[in-house]
Structure formats: C-alpha cells, structure tokens
Ligand binder design. Structure first.
Ligand code: NDP
Ligand code: 8X3
Length: 258
C-alpha cells in the first residue's frame, strides 16, 4: 500500500501475536515503527528481524506497561521527543486473565484486565491525540474483539472490557468527527496467539482444549486487516471490522471438527 510508505505507526503490545505481525506488515509497506510492550527482549528480536528484512524502516522500541499511567507518562516524554509525528496508533495491547463467571470474579483479575485493556488504551490515546489534533490528521485503530459486541462465556469480564473499548472507540469517533482524524475498531474472533495461554494462566491443556477441533485465525490474518484499514484514502474510514475464522458464527457458536 503506497500510502503507508514513510508513515510512522505506533503499536502497543508488539512483542507477540497481532502486534508483532502488524509491525511486520507495516514494515513491509515501508512504514516506520514505534513498538511498545513489557518484554523488551522480544521487541529487540523483532527490531533485529525488521532491520534485516527492511533496512530502510526506522524501528524504535520502548519497554512500557500500559496498565501503569506513570509508566506511560514517563515513556511518552521520551517517545514524543524522539518522534515528533505519529500518523497511526494501533491500540492492541490487551489480555484475558481467567474466565470466571460474575459470581466469582477475582478483584486482581478485574483490575489487570480493566487497567490494561481499557485505561491503557485511553492513556496511550491521550498521549498521541494532541499532536494529531494540532496537525488535523491521524488514525487511531483500536483492537477490540467480537467479545466486545456480544458477551462471551469464555470470560465475561474480558468481554466487558472489550465492550468498553467499543464504547470508547465510538465516543472518540463522535469527538473527532469535525476533524480529519480517523477512528477504527478491529473486532477479531478466535485467533491463535499467546492470548489463549495467557487467559488460561499458562495451562497448556486448557489452551489446547479451547482450540481443539477449531481452525482459528492467525495473527497474520488480523495484521492484514489492520494494515488495510490504515491504508485507505484519508477521506474514508473503515470504522468497524469483524474478522472471525470461518468455523465461528458468533461468540457462542463454533464448529469443531471431531
Ligand atoms: P498475545 O498474548 O499474543 O499478545 C498480547 C500483547 O499485548 C503482547 O505483546 C503483550 O506484551 C501485550 N501486553 C499485554 N499486557 C500488556 C501491558 N500491561 N503493557 C504492555 N503490553 C501488554 O495476544 P493477541 O495478539 O491475541 O492480543 C492482541 C489484542 O487482540 C488484545 O487486545 C486481545 O484482547 C485482542 N484479541 C485477541 C483475540 C484472540 O483470540 N487472540 C481475539 C480478539 C481480540 P508483553 O507481555 O510483552 O507486555
Ligand atoms: C477473544 C475472542 O472469541 O476468543 O477476544 O472470545 S474469543
């Protein structure tokens, strides 16, 4: 996509899954990258890979925990000094932690999911938005979930945080409608990344059971959609996209091959 060449794209949660592959897909299109995650060694590995394949792409990496407002404020003092212009922000960092019902939801799980998936997304947006408003251009792409449109039985609080992402994405679109800033929400269904392992608290048997008989999306599938969303002419915005594997009808109905 020639429109993406030379653009600067900030991606949160770039050390794995969708974020990692989205970074590679933007690099392939000649975009410069600002990559954030807690695991700096993974970001270093990705930077080395991108530098080897796309030497003209500038890659900056930062260790940031998006669930911490202090961490974000400190990191962005440096990020905004080192990169004066951010064209696209992909708010992708997020997680499910456990899948308990409302009756037994744990306080710590709720806090981690809410702080990461909801507050972190808002805090990162708040850092990038002022200069977008000043330039009257920019694109905010939020990674929600199909669980943000229809509640899932595989984690009600996770689904609640993604409903919040949906609401906040709509709110930002309303807030910026008089500007050239574009706001998009990407809602993936079941995908094979580190997500299932994190949600099952590292339980590989449970992870395997969740995916058994299903052919999930790959991280590349979702990355392609994100990059396409960023590539359209500035006069249009793909405001919301739902991408699911063909074995998934909605959050409840999945066809398992036995
Ligand atoms: P992965 O677990 O593979 O990747 C999650 C990424 O988020 C990692 O890079 C991780 O980096 C980062 N992250 C998590 N917590 C934080 C934090 N506190 N601060 C900074 N970065 C953090 O999962 P996916 O790629 O699947 O998930 C990406 C997004 O897609 C999430 O928002 C998820 O909710 C959403 N999603 C996933 C679906 C799926 O089935 N896989 C379906 C629909 C939506 P690190 O640990 O290094 O900090
Ligand atoms: C997670 C989507 O379908 O695995 O965001 O609950 S699903």
């Amino acid at each position: 996509f020639p429109r993406l060449k030379g653009k600067t794209v900030l991606i949160t949660g770039a050390s794995a899954g969708f974020g990692w592959h989205t970074a590679l897909a933007f690099a392939e299109n000649g975009s410069n990258l600002i990559l954030l995650a807690r695991r700096l060694e993974r970001l270093e590995e990705l930077k080395t890979k991108i530098n080897a394949s796309y030497p003209s792409v500038d890659v900056k990496i930062y260790k940031v925990d998006v669930s911490s407002h202090d961490d974000i404020k400190q990191a962005f003092k440096i990020i905004l000094e080192e990169s004066h212009r951010i064209d696209v922000v992909v708010n992708n960092a997020g997680l499910g932690q456990g899948a308990d019902p409302v009756s037994t939801l744990g306080a710590e799980d709720m806090q981690v999911m809410f702080d990461t998936n909801v507050k972190g997304l808002v805090w990162v947006t708040q850092q990038v938005l002022p200069s977008m408003l000043e330039r009257n251009e920019g694109h905010v792409i939020n990674v929600g979930s199909i669980a943000g449109l229809q509640i899932t039985t595989m984690g009600c609080f996770y689904g609640a945080t993604k409903h919040a992402v949906h609401a906040l994405t709509e709110a930002l679109r309303i807030e910026t409608v008089a500007t050239n800033i574009r706001v998009s929400e990407i809602c993936p269904g079941l995908a094979e990344t580190e997500f299932a392992l994190v949600r099952s608290r590292g339980d590989r048997d449970l992870e395997k059971k969740m995916l058994d008989g299903l052919t999930p999306l790959t991280a590349q599938d979702v990355a392609e959609l994100i990059v396409f969303t960023a590539s359209t002419h500035p006069r249009c915005v793909i405001s919301q996209s739902v991408i699911v594997p063909s074995c998934q009808a909605n959050t409840f109905i999945m066809h398992r091959k036995t």
